[in-house]
Design a protein around this ligand. Structure first.
Ligand SMILES: *[C@@H]1O[C@H](CO)[C@@H](O)[C@H](O)[C@H]1NC(C)=O
Ligand SMILES: *[C@@H]1O[C@H](CO)[C@@H](O)[C@H](O)[C@H]1NC(C)=O
Length: 134
């Protein structure tokens, strides 16, 4: 990578530490994140309906962290083909789930019990960025 000025790397370190602090404080008091993309445990509450007729809690994992991204001045061929519009070529990866696993959650409905299956992350990796869809 091209070397960056001391100022830029100080700024980047600051930005990272601010982001880390934000994630750490929002994450149920989990330890601050290091570099990379890692399993991140958290608790979810599952409710069968809005009134919470049946409910249960389960610890599951997400994948949280940092993956590399970079931007290069576009190749001349790309510039030509895009009429000099695509002047930046970005390469990026996102922290995503590599393997998922089902876990069974017990829901308590007063004296009665129910079970539902939900997913948890088993392993993480830096991979193609996907937009969320609902
Ligand atoms: C999840 O809940 C359990 C039991 O209440 C608790 O011991 C644990 O610390 C919680 N984990 C997180 C990540 O908040
Ligand atoms: C890249 O091209 C766009 C569109 O032609 C232009 O608006 C933008 O300023 C250029 N970016 C840089 C970093 O020069």
């Amino acid at each position: 990578f091209p070397q960056e000025s001391a100022e830029m790397s100080a700024l980047r370190a600051l930005a990272l530490s601010v982001l880390t602090a934000v994630l750490a404080s929002g994450g149920n008091g989990i330890q601050p994140l290091g570099p990379g993309c890692h399993l991140y445990p958290f608790n979810v509450t599952i409710r069968s309906d809005r009134r919470g007729t049946c409910q249960g809690m389960q610890s599951i994992s997400a994948c949280v962290g940092y993956c590399e991204s970079s931007a290069f001045p576009s190749k001349y061929s790309v510039l030509l083909a895009s009429n000099f519009k695509r002047n930046i070529t970005s390469v990026s990866q996102c922290c995503t789930i590599n393997k998922m696993q089902k876990v069974r959650v017990k829901l308590f409905c007063g004296a009665r019990k129910e079970e539902v299956d939900i997913f948890t992350a088993r392993s993480c990796r830096c991979d193609m960025c996907r937009l969320s869809r609902y």
